[in-house]
Design a protein around this ligand. Structure first.
Ligand SMILES: Nc1ncnc2c1ncn2[C@@H]1O[C@H](COP(=O)(O)OP(=O)(O)O)[C@@H](O)[C@H]1O
Ligand SMILES: [Mg+2]
Length: 341
C-alpha cells in the first residue's frame, strides 16, 4: 500500500516509564520506539499487563507527573510533546489527538446529555455558537451510526446501551477532526456483534476523515481485521513488529505464535482468556533480565538470559535468540496445535 510514503505523524523514540512504589522505582515500559504515519492504523497488541496503556497514557501526558518518570522522545507533527506543560498538552489532546478508552463511562459525565457533552467539546476548541455545536453533534452521532441522532442527542449516557455509549464517545473524539485517534481496547467491554460494528466504524473513520489510529488490543483477531502495522508488546517491550500481513504470514517471536494460536474461531464460543500461553505475564518488578518472555517460553534456553538479538527481514523484526533455520520447524509445531488438518 502507499502508506509508507505518507509523512510521519507520531514518532516515539526510546520511551521508558517508571513508577515510584514502596519498593523503589519499577520500570513498566522499556525502550519502546514506534512510528505512526498519517492515515495509518497501528495496532499495539499484547496480554493484559504488557504495558500498552502505560505507553499511551504517558506519551499523551496523562500520567501522574509526581509518581511517574518518563524518558525518551516523542514528537507529534514534528513537535516534541513529552515535556510540554500540562495545559499545552491538554490543548493538543482533544483537538489533534483524541483518546478513546476501554470504558466509555470514563469519558462521559453522567449528569449531562451526550449532545451537550459533544457540543462542549467542540466549543472548547472552536468559536462556534451553542446552536451550531449542537447541530454538529447531531451530525456526528449520525456518522457513528446512531440510528436516531436527533433524539439520541438529548439522551443521558445511562439511557444508551454500551455499544451506543462507545459510539457516542467516538463521536466526541471525532468532534475536532483529530489527526490521530488513540483507542485503548475500545471494544473489549462490548459483545461480539457490537465489537465488529465498532471496528467497522474505526475503518470508516480512517477512510472518510483520514485519521491515523493507534488501536490497542489483546486480541490478534482484531489486529488481523483492521491494522496496517502491528507492534507486539510483552513485559514492557515491543518484541515484534511489522506490516500486519508479514507478521501473520511468518511470525518470528514465540510470544506472537502464542497470541496467534489464541485467536478464537470465527464461529463458536469466544474465550475470555488466552488459552495457549501458560502462566502469567510478569509485573514490572519481576520482569526477567534478557528476554522477558523466557520464563513462559517453551523454547527458552540459556542464551535467553542475555538481551536477545534483533531478527530482521526488511520492516519486519523481532527480538529473539531462535535463528531463522530453527524457527521454521518450531513455528510449524507451535501453530499447528490449533489448526485442524
Ligand atoms: N501507577 C502505577 N504504579 C505502578 N505500577 C503500575 C502503574 N500503572 C500500571 N502499572 C503496572 O504496569 C504494568 C503495565 O500496565 P498497563 O500498561 O496498564 O498494561 P496493559 O498492557 O494491560 O494496558 C502492569 O503490571 C501494571 O500493574
Ligand atoms: Mg490497558
Amino acid at each position: 500500500m502507499e502508506q509508507k510514503t505518507k509523512p510521519i505523524l507520531l514518532d516515539v523514540d526510546g520511551l521508558s516509564v517508571s513508577f515510584a512504589t514502596d519498593r523503589g522505582m519499577v520500570r513498566a515500559v522499556r525502550d519502546v520506539s514506534f512510528r505512526v504515519h498519517e492515515g495509518e492504523i497501528l495496532s499495539i497488541v499484547g496480554e493484559s499487563g504488557s504495558g500498552k496503556s502505560v505507553t499511551l497514557l504517558s506519551l499523551l501526558g496523562l500520567h501522574d507527573r509526581k509518581t511517574t518518570k518518563v524518558d525518551g522522545a516523542v514528537s507529534f507533527r514534528g513537535r516534541h510533546i513529552l515535556d510540554l506543560p500540562a495545559g499545552r498538552m491538554r490543548a493538543i489532546r482533544g483537538k489533534e489527538i483524541a483518546l478513546i478508552s476501554q470504558d466509555p463511562m470514563t469519558a462521559l459525565t453522567p449528569v449531562y446529555t451526550i449532545g451537550w457533552q459533544i457540543a462542549e467539546q467542540i466549543r472548547a476548541h472552536e468559536p462556534v455558537s451553542a446552536r451550531v455545536a449542537r447541530r454538529r453533534a447531531v451530525e456526528l452521532l449520525g456518522e457513528v451510526g446512531l440510528s436516531n441522532p436527533g433524539e439520541a442527542v438529548d439522551r443521558y449516557p445511562h439511557q444508551l446501551s454500551g455499544g451506543m455509549r462507545q459510539r457516542a464517545v467516538i463521536a466526541m473524539a471525532l468532534s475536532c477532526n483529530p489527526a490521530l485517534l488513540v483507542a485503548d481496547e475500545p471494544t473489549t467491554a462490548l459483545d461480539v456483534t457490537v465489537q465488529a460494528q465498532v471496528l467497522d466504524l474505526l475503518l470508516r473513520l480512517r477512510k472518510d476523515f483520514g485519521s491515523a489510529i493507534i488501536l490497542i488490543t489483546h486480541d490478534m483477531g482484531v489486529v488481523a481485521e483492521v491494522a496496517d502495522r502491528v507492534a507486539v508488546m510483552y513485559a514492557g517491550r515491543i518484541v515484534e513488529r511489522g506490516r500486519t500481513e508479514e507478521v501473520f504470514a511468518s511470525p518470528i517471536h514465540p510470544y506472537t505464535w502464542g497470541l496467534m494460536a489464541s485467536i478464537p474461531p470465527l464461529s463458536g464460543v469466544r474465550l475470555q482468556r488466552l488459552r495457549s500461553i501458560s502462566g502469567m505475564p510478569p509485573t514490572p518488578e519481576t520482569i526477567a533480565e534478557g528476554c522477558g518472555f523466557a520464563p513462559r517460553c517453551a523454547y527458552a534456553r540459556a542464551a535467553c538470559a542475555q538481551r536477545p538479538p534483533l531478527r530482521r527481514a526488511g520492516e519486519h523484526s523481532a527480538l529473539c535468540v531462535i535463528d531463522d533455520g530453527e524457527r521454521q520447524s518450531l513455528r510449524r509445531t507451535a501453530l499447528a496445535v490449533e489448526e485442524p488438518a
